[in-house]
Design a binder for this molecule. Structure first.
Ligand SMILES: Nc1ncnc2c1ncn2[C@@H]1O[C@H](COP(=O)(O)OP(=O)(O)OP(=O)(O)O)[C@@H](O)[C@H]1O
Length: 379
């Protein structure tokens, strides 16, 4: 498909990454094969499944042929943009966004061939509003597949949409992380899948250097962050907090100290969220304070530092290994260098040890007050 190749080269993709080289022959095979694939953050999974969708679309036919489900509004938008860019020379191929706030005219059937959206909205469009005719869907993609089938809410919706797909539809599941139980479930719901799975020791990326600084309390963490501000704004940084409340507090403190920061949390309207992420992409703000809503998939090349203001914790109060990997994976995209800094209070030091042990990696102590050291690090 010359038009598709032209789109790939226009994106500057000259060579495939490892996951792309391994997955694409399976994905593009005829007859189509199902795939459950794991590969580290930022290694080009999106490009692989976008290529899969575009290669199967018949531009002459004006009805839905591919569905891609993403866990968040931001990620659905981002994936849609990759589809639009890669497919820009494929005449007649359209994308529609099944996301909150983007409701097509009542009763009008979708004609676009590719639908990208969040599970709840796609489900509504399929079953309640009957806007999507699922009969001719050829490719069904679950991005961030582990949360899509493992997390209550998302799981009900995603599995329902998946069950409505025609039996010959190609299923593609991608993620950087898969808990064992979720992996087993994925294998049960996808017929006869090809499997690409990482070993535990392959999970962390060597291009992302991980550090921690020990802080007495929340205020000390804030002080550490203020000290770092000059260094982390040389490029761009994302700061993750456990709760919206902490994110709000941190953003207010930073702002009243004269630092320029953006705040993105789930309580904002979708338009506000889209706006904030776009401004951050454009480099208008260098620091983005957020919650786990941005932990997965968001791809901003210039992010060279990720700060965990709080270490990620599950609702049961345990160390959240998957979220940790996704968060630090917001830097070090496609082999670039990146730095992750964890600000840790004494009572959470055990979580740091858990992370080291789980991933078989060392998280070194860093003095965030030492500007020279910080600058060397971020060089
Ligand atoms: N073959 C390629 N050559 C050069 N750059 C590429 C190639 N494939 C993807 N990229 C770029 O690498 C970056 C990361 O890719 P992508 O977002 O697809 O990663 P991912 O594996 O989906 O990450 P995550 O697990 O965080 O969702 C993007 O900016 C993308 O444009």
């Amino acid at each position: 498909m010359p038009a598709l190749l032209k789109g790939i080269y226009a994106l500057g993709f000259n060579r495939p990454s490892k996951i792309q080289a391994t997955a694409l022959p399976m994905i593009l095979a005829d007859p189509p094969q199902n795939l459950i694939a794991q590969s580290q953050s930022g290694t080009g999974k999106t490009a692989a499944f976008v290529l899969a969708m575009l290669s199967r679309v018949d531009a002459m036919k004006r009805y839905p042929q591919c569905i891609c489900l993403s866990p968040t509004f931001e990620l659905a938008l981002q994936t849609g943009e990759v589809i639009e860019q890669m497919g820009k020379f494929c005449d007649g191929v359209d994308v529609v966004y099944a996301i909150r706030g983007n409701r097509p005219f009542k009763g009008s059937r979708i004609e676009a061939q590719i639908i990208v959206g969040t599970p709840g909205t796609v489900m509504d469009w399929c079953f309640k509003l009957k806007l999507i005719d699922v009969e001719n869907i050829k490719v069904f993609v679950l991005d961030e597949a582990d949360v899509m089938i493992g997390l209550q809410g998302h799981s009900d919706h995603s599995v329902r949409v998946k069950r409505a797909m025609p039996s010959h539809c190609q299923m593609l599941l991608f993620s950087a992380t898969f808990e064992e139980t979720v992996w087993c479930f994925a294998e049960r719901i996808v017929p006869d899948p090809n499997i690409i799975k990482l070993k535990k020791e392959e999970l962390t990326l060597t291009n992302i250097r991980q550090f921690y600084d020990f802080c007495e309390n929340k205020e000390a963490k804030y002080k550490a962050l203020s000290n770092m501000y000059g260094t982390i704004t040389i490029a761009q940084a994302i700061i993750f907090c456990q709760t919206r409340r902490t994110a709000n507090w941190l953003s207010q403190e930073m702002t009243s100290d004269g630092h320029v920061v953006a705040l993105l949390s789930g309580e904002l309207t979708v338009t506000e969220r889209a706006d904030i992420i776009q401004r951050f992409r454009d480099g208008k703000e260098k620091v983005l304070i957020t919650t786990n809503v941005c932990a997965r998939g968001i791809d901003v090349e210039q992010v060279s530092i990720v700060v965990n203001f709080d270490l990620p914790m599950t609702t049961e109060g345990l160390t959240d290994y998957e979220t940790y990997l996704h968060r630090i994976g917001r830097t070090g995209r496609f082999g670039k260098k990146g730095v992750a800094i964890n600000l840790v209070e004494k009572c959470f030091m055990h979580m740091l040890r858990d992370l080291e042990e789980h991933f078989g990696t060392k998280i070194l102590r860093l003095d965030t007050g030492d500007i020279d050291e910080m600058e060397r690090l971020c060089d």
